[in-house]
Design a binder for this molecule. Sequence first.
Ligand code: NI
Length: 169
Amino acid sequence: MIRPILRYGERGLHGRAADVTTFDDALQRAIDDMIETMYAAPGIGLAAPQIGVPLRILSIDLSVGRTTGDLIIMINPVFLERDGSQLEEEGCLSAPGFNATVLRPARVVVKGLDREGREQTREGTGLLARAFQHEIDHLDGTVFIDRLRGIKRDLMVRKIHKLKKTGQW
Ligand code: NI
């Protein structure tokens, strides 16, 4: 089921998500909804809190469903390694219409569980490293806008407030 994506400023987006402890049907349904919602958006990544599920689950597919085997589902992810840095333009499904350059690691190694609860480790460079950091940020209640500094961030937040006031957010 495609679910509505929460937007910057909405409650569910700004807290720390809880670890997954039960691998039941409800979890599988939530993951299916994440994948469907991510592809429909379309986007290359989604975190469970973005569809109102306060659990530490992320989905990433750099091919947006075009290449079999590209889909990554990672539960309770933790960084084992983070090296280097990259500065590229970034956006978020929870902040449509907004983009900014964000400092991210150039390479990451992430450990977590797959949707059956089996341990998995993934390495990512470039865009994949960026996606892992962006989605794990979501699990900690951080949206890319929160990573910006000073006037850039203020300007974006002010624009969002304005959109909210006129019912466009
Ligand atoms: Ni995002």
